[in-house]
Every structure is written in structure tokens, then in C-alpha cells.
Design a protein around this ligand. Structure first.
Ligand code: G16
Length: 542
């Protein structure tokens, strides 16, 4: 039976960089989830009888939210819902399922790399028929709707058993519970040379993959250990836990430091890798060599043709604006397009759909391709594995060769987390106001060539996105970029991205923070970081 239930709007349901992310207790407020989900459906048309994919990273509140979403979807007229067993699907697996089932869209439940648990974070994101995050015009419409919603529609029925594979009926909607891994693993087999990778493992290649007690555990066990023959024990922390074991499932050098330490030790396997809460980010560290996400994008783009799924080459490369320019040099050499977009995977969707780009990446540990419309952590690991197996070289050797060919972009991101929002906003305003006067200013050997507020014009749909990050660009090609995170859930997070290009092979082996030290000092001075945030140093350096 369908019920129409009266509700009152919440004022804080504006989707950020990647859907609505808040602390769990906020989502647990009365009708908070219901309002947002009904607002999603109110912003869409033409889904009567269509298929909706639903799944999340298994974090705390995933199961409760799924029951609500299914009942609201059924009441709103969807014909079929496809749900990963236990409500578990990685973000790229949702994208893959939407595409292979030709579904109308999907709902992804995750707060990505943010901690989980009763006091942790949760999130809801809507993905459209191409498998990617809804574009801004849709998220804007959803937000507008959340501000005026007065009721939602829901089927009154017992909860669906989401742990048993098979089909059940919920009102007029069919609910299919499917294996979380199968469809995704089959897609990976079409892209990579599994025989070649299997041979490498048989020949003694070793790796550790840390699933961080998050969603990629089951995927990695099946693909790396069962299908590719990696030694049992290759996958660490492979059982997904609702609170990620109390850890921060963020595969960076702070939260995956143990992996970094292992890779730098004499016990290092050939490859250390990790993925985040919902499986879309990746960390790649070879024996003795960390690969920055920006370099990883460039190396993968330059070598993708070695994998069967990309043997015809790469049509173009896209990167988010704050991502380093390493990929630009690869695009230049290959004679293909390079697209610079705002932060947020949703901006890659149109470029991928139009066939303008094949590979995309972001400094925030995201890399992906046209196989889905999300970044994809395991995909990046598998492409690295395939390239390593094909070239029969170490990660370090491949990176050195890359820098010798293209030059090295020294790159680091400094995050000031949970700073006071008013202070952070004041910093951005003050810096934005000072942009016109920065051009031509000299700081020692560094001269500011250009300073602006990044704006993006989408070449496919013609839409414009403004205020996407403050760029200070120097005459020698160095850059400092400032922006506020759109994914934090407490206070504000100021991100400062610092980059310097080094063409001289003799100078390509400095420690990164040392290589960037003058720019780092300048990043404080130009924006008055301490004055506005009361912080002398960043909380996370990646
Ligand atoms: C999300 C987005 C990414 C973005 C990242 C960081 O990743 O999908 O496109 O780069 O957030 O965004 P911000 O700098 O605004 O915090 P994820 O892995 O959190 O879904």
C-alpha cells in the first residue's frame, strides 16, 4: 500500500562535490533520508517502470537507508530495483551495473574515504543513466526541491531481505538482489590481459592490496586472489566492516602509512596498493617509490595501449584543474586533447560520453576510464598490474623513465581540515579580491604570471561552472591553487595544491616537500593562511 506522508523541508540538503554527505546522526533525523530521496525522484521524469540500481559501501546506516530508498522508489513508480547482496556495491560497480543493465539511474550510499560508524559519515548520491554522478543541473534541481518538499510517497511493507540472492516483490516493483562482484569482475576481464597478469604472479610477482576494511575486500579477493592467482594473503583487511574497524578508509600517506612503510622497507612486495571506503580511489606504491595520483594518471595514459581494452589508444585525457600538469605533457606528445575540469568526477561524464576522452584522473587519488562513469580504484590497480606485466619493469623504473621522457611535476596537497568556516570563507574572499593585483608581483625568483578564479565551460553541453578554485600561476609554470573542499562534513577544509615542473633529469630526485619549499612558504604568505585559519601547518600532506 502506498502512503503519502507529510513532511517539512530541511535547509541543509545541498549536494556537494559528490552527493549529500553528513554525519550519521543528521541522516537519522526524522524524514531526512525520505525528504532527500523523494526530492531526487521529484527532480526526474520518465522513470515509470524503469530500473534503479541501489548499493553502498556497507558503512553504518547503509542497510536502513536502502530499505527506505526501495520503499520510496516502489511508491514512485520504478519497475525494478537491482541491489547488491547485503546492500553492498562499490561505487564503480554501481556505475558498471547501471550501464550494463541500461538502468534509468542508481543511488549510491557512501561517504567515500570519510570514517563510518554511528558518529561517522554517511552519504547519498544519485547517478544518471550513463552510470555517472548527476550533473550540476540535476543536483541543483534536487536541492531546490528539498527546500520546498511537503510530502513523500512510500510503500508500507516489511523490509526486503537484502542478504539473499533472488527476486522479491515490493508493491509493484520487482527487487533483485544480485552478487556484488560478478558483473564488475566480468567487465575487468574485458579490459585487461588476465593471462599475462596471472603469469606474472606465477613468476613470482608479489603485491599487497589493502581494502581498508571497506567495500573492495570482496572484489579484491575474487579478482586478485581467485581469478589472477595472487598469493592468499595478498588482500589485507578484506572483510568490509560498518565502521571500517574504526579507521579512516582513505588510501593516502597518512591513513595508509603502514603500506608506505612496507613499500619503503626491504620486505616490500613489488606493488603495494589500496582503495578507499567505496572503492573509487586508489593508492599505488612500488618498491621504494610512491606514485602521486597525478603521476599515476600520466603514466597510465601513456601506457594504456598495452592493455587489451585500450589497444586502440587513448582519445583524450581529462584531469581536474588542481591535478598536476603531468598528464598534459603526455597528451601533447600523443597529439590528443587535454581537458581541464573543475574538481568532481561528474564533470568528466560529458567528455567521456562524447568520446572526447578515454582516461580521466584527479589529484585526490582518483583515476578511471570510459569503462564506467566513476573513478575506479581496482581498475587503476589492474591497469598498473597489466602495464607492469607487459613491460616487465618495476614501478620505480617505469616512473623514472616517464620523468626522463616528459619531465617531473613535483606536486603536493596541503589540507587544513576542520577549520572554522567563517575564517575559511574570509580567506577565500580576501584572496579572490586580491587576484587582480597579484599579476606581475615578484617573490624572489618567482614571478606571478596570472591569477584567477577557475571557471569551466563544458564543451559538450555548453554549461558554465564558476568559482572552482583560485589559481596563482608563476612565470616558470609553477602553480599554487586554493579551494575549499566540497566533501568535508565538519567545519571547512582548505586545500592548497602546490606544483613545480622540473625538466632536468639531474634534478628529478629531490624529496617533494624540499623541492617545493619556496612555493609552500609562499602559499602561506599569499593567502594569509595563519591569519584566517589560526593554523601554522596543514593537518594532512599528500
Ligand atoms: C569526491 C569527488 C572527487 C573529488 C573529491 C575531493 O571524491 O568524486 O571528484 O576530487 O571528492 O573533493 P573535495 O576536494 O571537494 O573534497 P570521493 O572519493 O570523496 O567520492
Amino acid at each position: 500500500m502506498i502512503k503519502e506522508i507529510a513532511t517539512t523541508p530541511y535547509s541543509d540538503q545541498r549536494p556537494g562535490t559528490s552527493g549529500l554527505r553528513k554525519k550519521v546522526p543528521i541522516f537519522q533525523q526524522r524524514h531526512y533520508v525520505e525528504n532527500f530521496v523523494q526530492s531526487i525522484f521529484d527532480s526526474l521524469t520518465g522513470f515509470a517502470g524503469e530500473t534503479l540500481v541501489v548499493g553502498g559501501d556497507g558503512r553504518f546506516y547503509n542497510r536502513d537507508a536502502i530499505q527506505k530508498i526501495l520503499k520510496i522508489a516502489a511508491a514512485n513508480g520504478f519497475g525494478r530495483a537491482v541491489v547488491g547482496r547485503g546492500g553492498v556495491l562499490s561505487t564503480p560497480a554501481v556505475s558498471a551495473l547501471i550501464r550494463s543493465l541500461k538502468a534509468f539511474g542508481g543511488v549510491v550510499l557512501s561517504a567515500s574515504h570519510n570514517p563510518g560508524g554511528p558518529d561517522g559519515d554517511f552519504g547519498i548520491k544519485y547517478n544518471v543513466a550513463n552510470g555517472g554522478p548527476a550533473p550540476e543541473k540535476v543536483t541543483d534541481a534536487i536541492y531546490a526541491r528539498t527546500r520546498e518538499i511537503t510530502s513523500f510517497r512510500i510503500v508500507e511493507a516489511p523490509d526486503v531481505d537484502i542478504d539473499r540472492l533472488g527476486v522479491t516483490q515490493l508493491g509493484d516493483m520487482r527487487v533483485e538482489i544480485v552478487d556484488s562482484v560478478e558483473n564488475y569482475a566480468a567487465l575487468m576481464q574485458t579490459l585487461f590481459d588476465f593471462d599475462r597478469i596471472r603469469d606474472a604472479f606465477r613468476g613470482g610477482f608479489t603485491m599487497k592490496f589493502d581494502a581498508m576494511s571497506a567495500v573492495t575486500g570482496p572484489y579484491a579477493h575474487v579478482i586478485l586472489e581467485d581469478m589472477l592467482g595472487a598469493a592468499p594473503g595478498t588482500v589485507l583487511n578484506g572483510a568490509p566492516l560498518p565502521d571500517f574497524g574504526g579507521h579512516h578508509p582513505d588510501p593516502n600517506l597518512v591513513h595508509a602509512k603502514h603500506l608506505y612503510d612496507l613499500a619503503m622497507s626491504d620486505r616490500s612486495p613489488d606493488l603495494c596498493a589500496a582503495s578507499d571506503g567505496d572503492g573509487d580511489r586508489n593508492l599505488i606504491i612500488g618498491r621504494g617509490r610512491f606514485v602521486t595520483p597525478s603521476d599515476s594518471l600520466a603514466v597510465l595514459a601513456a601506457n594504456a595501449h598495452l592493455a587489451p581494452g585500450y589497444r586502440d589508444g587513448v582519445a583524450g585525457i581529462a584531469r581536474s584543474m588542481p591535478t598536476s600538469g603531468a598528464a598534459d605533457r603526455v597528451a601533447e606528445k600523443l597529439g590528443i586533447g587535454l581537458y581541464e575540469t573543475p574538481t568532481g568526477w561528474k564533470f568528466f561524464g560529458n567528455l567521456l560520453d562524447a568520446g572526447l576522452v578515454t582516461i580521466c584522473g584527479e589529484e585526490s587519488a582518483g583515476t578511471g576510464s570510459n569503462h564506467v562513469r566513476e573513478k575506479d580504484g581496482l581498475w587503476a590497480v589492474l591497469l598498473w598490474l597489466d602495464v607492469l606485466a607487459a613491460r616487465k619493469q618495476s614501478v620505480d623504473a617505469i616512473l623514472r623513465d616517464h620523468w626522463a621522457t616528459y619531465g617531473r611535476n613535483y606536486y603536493s596537497r596541503h589540507d587544513y581540515e576542520e577549520v572554522d568556516s567563517d575564517g575559511a570563507n574570509a580567506l577565500v574572499k580576501s584572496l579572490r579580491d586580491s587576484l587582480p593585483s597579484l599579476k606581475g608581483k615578484r617573490f624572489g625568483a618567482l614571478e606571478i604570471a596570472e591569477a584567477d578564479d577557475f571557471a569551466y565551460h563544458d564543451p559538450v553541453d555548453g554549461s558554465d561552472s564558476r568559482n572552482q578554485g583560485l589559481r596563482v600561476m608563476f612565470a616558470d609554470g609553477s602553480r599554487i591553487v586554493y579551494r575549499l573542499s566540497g566533501t568535508g562534513t565538519a567545519g571547512a577544509t582548505l586545500r592548497v595544491y602546490i606544483e613545480r615542473y622540473e625538466a632536468d633529469p639531474a634534478k628529478q630526485f629531490l624529496e617533494t616537500q624540499n623541492a617545493l619549499s619556496d612555493l609552500i612558504a609562499l602559499s602561506h604568505e599569499i593567502a594569509g593562511i595563519e591569519r584566517f585559519t589560526q593554523r601554522k601547518a596543514p593537518s594532512v600532506i599528500t
